[in-house]
Design a protein around this ligand. Structure first.
Ligand code: ADP
Ligand code: MG
Length: 484
């Protein structure tokens, strides 16, 4: 029987791929604007006609494309951004698949103009439905300009299913906002049928948000900042009074300068607003997460905005606590739980890291007897006894002892409640009230021991912190940090 399997021509393969990458005009805007950001542009201007159906134009002042690379840029899997699979785990660019331009040119009529700083003149090139047309010189500013006309002109079924101009424009605006919000240092403009919709100069994050959503939002933005060993989060959460109906609230999550959606982290924010807002209304939030790219998986479907995080549960807790802290500072809720100046660091325990944990060294003198009075009187022996010698060398020294070997008057001390331990208070509190409530004779040595003793007994090496990390981790998993 005759062999039936054939390789698809590139043009067909690209059109199939385009079905995934280019779903609507907004996908084109997203890809082209992200390319401009990756090219180091400081100004990006987007022009659309008829919801992007007739024309999408993206102009940047980035690095440009070399004449030799222009054709290559339109090949599938052609990218300047990664060379090895490992690079996927250290991505610093938006793009990496090398699929966008190939997909776009396979379903539209494209004109590329580009000029690098070092080029005398720019280069203009036409590509129609994937086929290269004429190339000529052009006088343009440094950077790249892409014109995408008649999207899906050669795939009528797709063109027919494009939504109304206003719906497609709304999708484009969404994509534009997502890139603009995480790149406030880039001047960004959007023209819709020649009318400026956004003219956003380079600014701070807050200014960018205000420039985009209007002055009224400024007073509502509460700063949020938290830095832990697994994640840094900056941004803003909205005042509860500014909460809006579903679909109207400005809610944005970014990780490493990339917009993403996460119903799970959304809940972490919403849980912090519990009881502060009515059911059915939603606060604004703009959270910018920074994590080690190796602990993220963004190598998923090109148009999907979900991202997989390795430390998802811990990040949930950190987001929730950070939002509460911001709301607490504003006075919307009482500052709770811990009176800490700094946000709590919640390091992550990773299975297998146990071997890194060092047991703090403890030196013991098996012969040491704290009630051995001879021992008390000999500073040399006392110091040989290690840590416990501080005790014997300080306040125990001032006590006298009965025939039973116990300090005199110890029954009285006991009656006074010195050693009654109230389990409802923390050990620190018990210790503090022990000091403050009793009228002790001035004993500077004792005070010194109290103030220094604790610090000195805490192991100073890192294993102590790691042990703490382990404990916090187990508390996290047991729900200790859930705030209700
Ligand atoms: P990717 O962004 O995944 O690399 P694209 O198909 O979007 O793939 O782009 C292919 C290549 O074309 C990029 O890697 C880059 O080298 C070049 N390129 C695309 N757009 C621009 C631009 N605006 N400025 C400079 N180079 C660009
Ligand atoms: Mg790209």
């Amino acid at each position: 029987m005759e062999n039936l399997i054939k390789l698809l021509p590139d043009s067909v393969a690209n059109q199939i791929a385009a079905g995934e990458v280019v779903q609507r005009p907004a996908s084109v805007v997203k890809e082209l604007v992200e390319n401009a950001v990756d090219a180091g542009a400081t100004t990006i201007t987007v022009n659309i006609q008829e919801g992007g159906r007739e024309l999408i134009q993206v102009i940047d002042n980035g690095c440009g494309i070399s004449p030799g690379d222009t054709k290559m840029a339109f090949e599938r899997h052609a990218t300047s951004k990664i060379t090895r699979a490992d690079d996927l785990y250290a991505l610093t660019t938006f793009g990496f698949r090398g699929e966008a331009l190939a997909s776009i040119v396979s379903v539209s009529e494209v004109e590329l103009r580009t000029k690098r700083e070092t080029d005398e003149v720019g280069l203009r090139m036409y590509v129609n439905g994937g086929a290269f047309g004429e190339t000529s010189a052009v006088n343009i500013q440094n950077g790249t300009q892409l014109l995408v006309k008649n999207l899906f002109y050669n795939v009528p079924a797709r063109r027919k299913f494009l939504k109304s101009k206003s719906v497609e424009t709304k999708h484009i605006v969404d994509e534009f906002q997502r890139v603009a919000l995480c790149n406030p240092n880039i001047e960004m403009n959007l023209y819709d049928n020649d009318t400026p919709r956004y003219k956003l100069p380079a600014a701070t994050r807050r200014q960018r948000i205000v420039g985009m959503f209007g002055k009224h939002i400024n007073a509502q933005l509460l700063d949020l900042q938290v830095e832990t060993s697994i994640i840094t989060i900056e941004g803003f959460v909205g005042h509860p009074q500014g909460a809006k109906k579903s679909g109207q609230a400005e809610q944005f999550l970014f990780v490493n300068n990339r917009f993403f959606k996460s119903p799970y982290f959304h809940k972490a924010v919403m849980a912090a607003y519990e009881k502060l807002i009515q059911p059915g209304v939603y606060p604004a939030y703009f959270l910018y997460l920074q994590v080690d790219p190796s602990r993220l998986d963004i190598n998923i479907h090109p148009t999907k905005t979900e991202i997989k995080f390795e430390d998802e549960t811990a990040i949930w807790q950190i987001i929730n606590a950070a939002v509460r802290e911001s709301l607490g500072k504003m006075g919307a809720v009482p500052l709770m739980d811990f009176d800490t100046q700094e946000p709590i660091d919640i390091p992550v325990f990773r299975p297998g890291s146990e071997q890194d944990i060092k047991i703090p060294p403890v030196s013991l003198n098996p012969d040491f007897n704290p009630f051995d009075r001879e021992n008390e009187s000999s500073p040399a022996q006392a110091s040989a006894a290690g840590r416990t010698s501080r005790r014997s060398g300080s306040f125990l020294q001032h006590m006298t002892y009965g025939p039973d070997g116990m300090p005199e008057g110890w029954e009285e001390l006991s009656k006074d409640g010195y050693d009654t331990f109230d389990p409802t208070t923390t050990p620190g509190e018990t210790f503090r009230s022990f000091i403050l409530d009793k009228e002790e004779p001035e004993d500077t040595e004792l005070q010194e021991f109290i103030s220094k003793g604790f610090d000195q007994q805490a192991p100073q090496d890192e294993s102590w912190a790691e042990q703490g990390a382990l404990e916090i981790e187990s508390e996290l998993s047991s729900g200790f940090f859930s705030y209700g």
